[in-house]
Design a protein around this ligand. Structure first.
Ligand code: ADP
Ligand code: MG
Length: 385
């Protein structure tokens, strides 16, 4: 058994999800037990600095260096705090904070690679915690010609595959991403698919901040949106964006579905008489319809079950809309099959660190588009005491 801390902060920039896990076994044959899970919000000013960089605001190299280490310190603090009162971990897997993601597309041209930058340097995390840390998980996949995302499908395959049920595991963070896992049978691993479905909560969160003058950062349980009515012609129009038509492998981020995109949505909505609740319902519908539409367009067949995770799985209105659009395919959350929906992504980066540490590959070429399976992550050792 290896005790590992998994650390994740996604495109929502809401805070650092920390999962303390015990991992047993090797490669795809692993079992994971969650010992503790908690989210540690970023200090307000750090969150603002991150969001500014993500929105394309120029910063100096000095500011970048400082932000890199402030984030590493926040991650280290989360790793230390989550272990309080527990037997200590011997390994940390830290995703870091994405501040830039420029994936490979058909237009990138020959010989080009994608680019993705996660900051919060691993060497500082390992020095501050005294524990070996693995970070920079996306780089090796990108170097092998992949998107560097999504990286969770291999973990989903290990922890959530089923003998007789085809499943979609749908994470709804700032961005949505899916792993399609056919029932375990011959060649099931090569039939797994994964891609970023588009906006998860990112546009909704930005809209709530905009509508409340910053007083609120998200629509709790989707209550506000639930009191409105989605404007379907607008959803149709928004679904015409090129990203939704691109076949997988594909990935995206706040560069596309961020503040500029929201401003376009606000502009578009002005020709319809929408109140704030209708506008939120319409953005929620975009998330739901883009997810389900991508299943219909890009999967060999519809799954037999959809399992949700990530913060958006707590948005009951969004969950209901997904269920409506999926008809007879049942929608539940991963907790119902024994894996925490709130901490699955953090757990996944603990597993990816464990795989790096034990020399198992971490990517699934079918999901990222990489030319081969590779070891993911850079290992950083603590200073000798
Ligand atoms: N109770 C809730 N109701 C509605 N939305 C929620 C709720 N809890 C969390 N969320 C949404 O989930 C987001 C955080 O999800 P998370 O999985 O951490 O995403 P990321 O990986 O992008 O950080 C929040 O910004 C918010 O939009
Ligand atoms: Mg988060």
């Amino acid at each position: 058994m290896t005790r590992v801390v998994g650390l994740m902060s996604g495109t929502s920039v809401d805070g650092i999800d920390a999962a303390l896990v015990d991992i047993f076994g090797t490669n795809l044959d692993i079992k994971v037990q969650l010992v503790a899970g908690k989210t540690y919000p970023y200090p307000r000013d750090v969150r603002k600095r991150i969001l500014d960089v993500c929105a394309g605001k120029p910063i100096s190299m000095l500011e970048l260096a400082e932000l890199d280490d402030v984030i590493a310190s926040c991650f280290a603090k989360a790793a230390i705090t989550i272990q309080t009162g527990h037997q200590k971990a011997t390994l940390i897997g830290s995703h870091g904070q994405t501040v830039y993601h420029r994936p490979l597309t058909e237009k990138s041209g020959k010989g080009k690679l994608g680019y993705s930058l996660q900051i919060g340097r691993g060497i500082l995390i390992s020095h501050l915690t005294g524990i070996t840390a693995v970070n920079n998980f996306r780089v090796a996949d990108i170097a092998a010609g992949g998107q560097g995302a999504p990286l969770v499908p291999r973990v989903d395959a290990a922890l959530l595959s089923h003998d007789s049920e085809d499943r979609c595991i749908q994470n709804i963070g700032g961005i949505g991403n899916v792993t399609y896992i056919p029932a375990r049978g011959s060649n099931w691993l090569s039939k797994i698919r994964g891609w970023d479905t588009g906006p998860g909560n990112s546009l909704l969160d930005l809209a709530v901040e905009h509508l409340t003058g910053g007083a609120k950062t998200y629509d709790e349980d989707g209550k506000w949106a639930a009191s409105g009515t989605p404007c379907l012609p607008l959803v149709e129009k928004w679904l015409d964006v090129e990203y939704f038509h691109m076949p997988p492998p594909k990935s995206t981020g706040r560069e596309l579905f961020g503040v500029n995109y929201l401003h376009e949505c606000i502009k578009d909505s002005q020709s319809f008489q929408l109140n704030p609740a209708d506008f939120l319902a319409t953005l929620t519908e975009l998330t739901a319809a883009s997810i389900v539409g991508s299943y219909r367009n890009f999967l060999p067949q519809m799954p037999q079950r959809v399992l949700l995770c990530g913060g958006g799985s707590r948005n009951l209105y969004l969950k209901n809309r997904l269920q409506q659009l999926l008809g007879t395919v049942p929608v539940s959350i991963t907790d119902e099959v024994g894996l925490s929906a709130d901490f699955k992504e953090a757990i996944a980066f603990g597993v990816l660190a464990y795989w790096r540490h034990t020399n198992s590959p971490g990517n699934l070429p079918a999901a990222t588009g990489a030319s081969q399976e590779v070891f993911l992550g850079n290992i950083h050792l603590p200073l000798r005491s």
